[in-house]
Every structure is written in structure tokens, then in C-alpha cells.
Design a protein around this ligand. Sequence first.
Ligand code: ADP
Ligand code: MG
Ligand code: ZN
Length: 471
Amino acid sequence: MNYQTVIGLEIHAELLTNSKVFCSCSAEFGGEENTRVCPRCSGMPGTLPLFNRGAAELAVKAGLALNCKINNFSAFDRKNYFYPDLPKAYQITQFFNPICEGGYVDIGSKKIRINRIHIEEDAGKLIHDEKRKISLADYNRCGVPLIEIVTEPDIRSAEEAKDFTAAVCLALKYAGVCDAKMEQGSLRCDVNISIMPEGSTVFGTRTEIKNLNSLRSIGRAIEYEYSRQKSLLERGERVIQQTLHWNDATGVTTALRSKEEAHDYRYFPEPDIPPMLITDKEIEKIAKTMPEMPTERKKRYLEMGLNDADASLLIADKPLADFYEETVKHYNNPKSVASMIIVELLRRMNDSSVSAEELKIPPCHLAQLCKMADEGTVSRGAAKDILKEMFDLGGTPMEIAEKGGMLMSNDTSAVESAADEILAANPKAVEEFKAGSAKVFGFLMGQMCRALGKSANPTIIKKVLEEKLNS
Ligand code: ADP
Ligand code: MG
Ligand code: ZN
């Protein structure tokens, strides 16, 4: 029997505030263990949380970026559980009244609906010392603001799950909500997955794979879990609702806890923080600060004449797309600039791990180079060499072209005298050409280019050569 996979995601994204969500400690990633903690975020008795409104603003931006409804009223709740990375023994979250509801992400082939987005605080980190057989707690991450984005079970394959997560990462980056560095854990994904016979509309029992931290492991974990659930059903067994851990090294999921052992979190409204009121006016004000989102930008690039693949490639890296737009401002030829960036520049950037923000090339110089290549001031080949030097060392394309003798000469007299010399030196080739062999023309062109060097303008050479041969 064929089975259909059904997937819903819960994505945790760290908000880009400077300080934590309920105290003034730094929310920056890393730092020496337990140096970014205070009595509030380490859960000392008697301390009170002080809500950072900056976190609310970023959550609203996330909601707007993901087409959600922003609630004028939301409130915090306590989720009670004991774990050593959580010194208060409860997490402050939004359970009954989240800040955003509804929404969707368009992944091209379909829309994935978002159920809700809520704000919560992150927990600390445990460091397990295998050698000494002890675990250490680092509370630097305690109280770092998070949003949790919960989807409807609309996702049907590993590919869709990866596309959705990538689209969320991109939207959050564009909105300045989260840096979405999955490898650093600033965005993590829980995958809820079940399978049902193809054609059925009744969902199967789901399992939840916790804390996936790359698109690749999301894909692999889904494929693995699909096969595992399928073979259970084929053996006539049942899928047990449980929480799973994905081991990237071994490529298998293992059970953390089953539903019977699931926590009773005893949620109740957080008594120490007043409910959060956001007026429509405030929401509008935040909406005005929203930049263009990746999907809109892509649409605009398509209208500018780029093809789908090129547009997608550019928008996937916001700083690079910004660089592209600046360049087009200096030289209004969107396709030519895109091609120079994608074919030549991006390859160099990838080879040397240079990000768009680290480029030594200002947009105006790249614009100049594209224009020079388009107008035949330098040959396409020379443009590549010039770009390499601009990339490695900087400098303007004109200076580099002049210094390297790469400016194509429009002076036909040099080309004419070179042609005279070469034709005189190759009487046999001339004879063959006149006898109808087109092949020797290429040979003569090659001789000409070699004689004239990088400044040779192939169009002019061809014209002069043809004239001389046919005269
Ligand atoms: P919980 O409160 O137990 O986390 P939710 O109803 O909030 O459960 O769902 C959590 C996630 O699981 C959501 O993303 C939802 O879309 C997804 N989900 C719910 N039921 C299923 C199912 N049968 N198969 C796959 N995913 C599911
Ligand atoms: Mg859940
Ligand atoms: Zn603190």
C-alpha cells in the first residue's frame, strides 16, 4: 500500500533583541558560560520579570512577514516543568492568547497555513562531559526571546518541509526578526509527522522529532520516520505517539518519551506580567517599517526580466540582492548585471567564502564593468579577468583595464596593419580561403587575436579580416 506523509512544523526562532526578554542581560549568542545571567533570568526567588517591548515588536513583524493576524490582546502563561536547563522550573510562554494567529507561507507549489505564533523565553544549555560523567549548565541562553511558529498539518513531503523552512528563514531575515542561523541554533525545527493510506483523509498517529538544526537533517529525519512508520503499519503494528530524537550521525530516530509519559505542563496565566495590548495604530506603525519581503522582491525581479532561477538565487541572499539593486541603480541593465553577479561573482564568493557584505567591490564599480563589457570597451574574457582583480584587490575596472592593456582598441589602423602582416605571412591559408575553405578563417582570426593581444576587439578584427580576404 502507498502512504501519504502528513507533516506539521513547530519552528523556534530567536528574536534579534539586544537584551533578554524579561531582564536586561545581553541576548547575544555565545559568551563565556554563565556570564550573561542575573537574578531574574537565573530564577532567583523574589525577582520579577520585566517585559522587553522590543520582543513584541519583532514578533509583530514576524506575524506581518508570515501573513498572520496580529492580536490586539495577548498574554503570557506559565508552562511548568522541571529540567536542569530551566532554573525557574517554569517557562514563560503564550499558551491561551498568542500574539499572532492565522497566516500562511507561499512555497510556490502551494500555501502552507500557519496556525499561530507566540512569544516565549529560551532555556539554558546543558553541556555533557562524557569523560567526567557529569553535566554542566550554561544559563546564558535562559530568557533569550523566542517566537514559536506553529503550522497546520499542511505539509506533505520532506521537500515541502524544507522549502517551507527555507522560506520562513528568509522572511524572518528580511524582516530583521531573526538571523536564522540554524547551525548556531538561532532557528530550530520540531517535525510532527504521521502517515495515512493514500487517498485517506483521516490522519494517522503522529510522532514529533525534536530540535532539527539544518534543512538537510529535516529532510533526512522525515524520510527515515516515514519508512519507520510505514514498516510498523505493514507489520500490522501501530505507531505510538511519542517524542523522538534525531541522531544525525547514525541517521535514525530514537524515542525520548511516549505520550503516556508526556508532561502535564499545568499551564496557567503568568501572574507577574500584565496582558499585552497592541493597538491597530501601533501595528500600522510597525507595518510601515517593514521592508519588501522576498516573495515581493522576486516578483519584481521577474518583471525586470530575470528568469525564475536567477531571481530565486539573488533573493536567497538579502545582502547580495541589495548589492544587485544598487548596481542596477548605477547601470540600468538588470539582466546583464544579474548575469555578471551570478555567473562570475557568486562563483568567486563561494570559492573564497566571501559574503556579499565583505565584498571589496562597490556597486558602482561592478556597474561600470558590466557597461564596459556590454559596450565592447573590453572583451567578455577580459571582463572576467578584471572582475577577478576587483574581487581580490579592489580598484576600478577602468584602471585595471588600462593597466593590463585590456581596453579594446577601436583604432582599425593597428588591426589593418596586423591583418596585412598576417595575410602576407600565410599565403597558403589565403589561397585555401579563396578556394572556398571557411575553416582557415578561424585560424587567421586566432593569429590576429594573438598578435593584437587582450585589446583585440573580435568584432573589428573579423570585419577587417573579411574585407581584406574578399578584396
Ligand atoms: P501539541 O499541542 O500536542 O503540540 P498541536 O495540535 O499544537 O499539538 O500540533 C502540533 C503540531 O503538530 C502542529 O504543527 C500540527 O500541524 C501538527 N500535527 C497535528 N496533528 C498531526 C498529524 N496527525 N500528523 C502530522 N502533524 C500533525
Ligand atoms: Mg508541540
Ligand atoms: Zn538576566
